[in-house]
Design a protein around this ligand. Structure first.
Ligand code: NDP
Ligand code: DGY
Length: 332
């Protein structure tokens, strides 16, 4: 618990939706007497400013683009008691170091599941049915007439879908895809899930998923085991007609291997909401391919979802500062 009357210093690394800002402003006077300093910009805080801003802070509200490692924790010093990230993913946090220092972590699971699943389905359909190519052809005069074999793609009806990581988001994607007439739903991960029965999910080894799926969706978390999981060997086991979709983290994919697989017709197409790095440089080879659809990490980007994430991140921060329950505390 904080000492009454003593101001608690909080650093917020970006302008966040007003839902969270309102809570923090109110807390500045009423709840826990904190002094909030904000990197008041739409763009990421430069590393030097992050290191400066966090000095002496008791609370840090950060984003997935802020790497919170030993250097940042050292800069913050021994008073830091809570880190609240405006994301469900926490691969940008050095959890070993954070744990050693007894710092609590808040994150935003569940509240963004529907938005991210919806976007993943949109990306899958756009990629499989070649929507960006079609839109481009309408604009550039390439649409000469209705042609039997022009802009054909792949449909979900009667297909086999494979999901790597049937967690909250993976399951929400599966539920949305089944009504399209999917015949089999395969999934892989570390453990079988009882809840997979709701979508008739079959827990299979990764190699089976790769060789039997028409659509492969990556929705696992980024960990040392999943880093670079989708590489040359992975793509070589997929069907030539299969569509690959990633809405987890860019680093799960070896992008050079993906580029070769798409270029050589090893796989049919790929849809990516996440890349390495972010943003993907505009001269990146993947952007030269018609069969690769790249989005700028917008999985959770609905107005209401971002507002709810902001609210939750602010409440997590306050819970940590006050030494009380946090609505979504990461247990690690
Ligand atoms: P969950 O923790 O519910 O799901 C993560 C899944 O990853 C679990 O099912 C887990 O399976 C699986 N997993 C872990 N290790 C492996 C492995 N070695 N091989 C295969 N699967 C593995 O998280 P969410 O569903 O809420 O979020 C998932 C990820 O989605 C986040 O970590 C984040 O990176 C990303 N995300 C991206 C967004 C975007 O904007 N594109 C938005 C929100 C999230 P098991 O239980 O068997 O270990
Ligand atoms: C997350 O929360 O991890 C996403 O990548 C952004 O919402």
């Amino acid at each position: 618990m904080h000492t009454v009357g003593k101001l608690m210093k909080v650093f917020v690394t970006r302008r966040i939706p007003q839902e969270g800002m309102k809570i923090l402003s109110a807390a500045g006077t009423a709840v826990c007497m904190c002094e909030v300093s904000l990197w008041d910009s739409e763009e990421p805080v430069p590393r030097t400013e992050l290191l400066k801003g966090v000095q002496g802070a008791q609370g840090l509200l950060c984003l997935l683009s802020d790497k919170i490692d030993t250097e940042v924790l050292d800069a913050a010093g021994p008073n830091l008691k809570v880190i609240s990230t405006l994301s469900v993913g926490f691969d940008h946090l050095d959890l070993d170091e954070i744990k050693k220092r007894g710092i609590r972590v808040g994150y935003t699971p569940d509240v963004l599941t529907d938005a991210t699943a919806e976007l993943t389905v949109a990306l899958l359909l756009s990629t499989a049915r070649r929507l960006p190519e079609g839109v481009e052809e309408v604009k550039n005069g390439g649409w000469s007439s209705w042609k039997p074999l022009w802009l054909c793609g792949y449909g979900l009806s009667g297909s086999t879908v494979g999901i790597i990581g049937l967690g909250r988001i993976g399951m929400a994607i599966a539920k949305r895809l089944m009504p399209f007439g999917v015949k089999r739903l395969l999934y892989s991960g570390r453990t079988a899930k009882a809840y997979a029965a709701e979508v008739n999910g079959e827990f299979v080894p990764l190699d089976t998923l790769l060789s039997e799926s028409d659509f492969i969706i990556v929705s696992c978390s980024l960990t040392p085991e999943t880093q670079g999981l989708c590489d040359k060997a992975f793509f070589s086991k997929m069907k030539n007609t299969a569509v690959f979709v990633n809405s987890s983290r860019g680093a799960v994919v070896n992008q050079e291997d993906l580029y070769q697989a798409l270029k050589n017709g090893q796989i049919a197409a790929a849809g990516l909401d996440v890349t390495t790095p972010e943003p993907l440089p505009t001269n990146h080879p993947l952007l030269t391919l018609k069969n690769c659809v790249v989005l700028p990490h917008i999985g959770s980007a609905t107005y209401s979802t971002r507002g709810i994430m902001s609210d939750l991140a602010a409440r997590n921060l306050l819970g940590g500062l006050q030494g009380t329950d946090m609505p979504s505390e990461l247990k690690f």
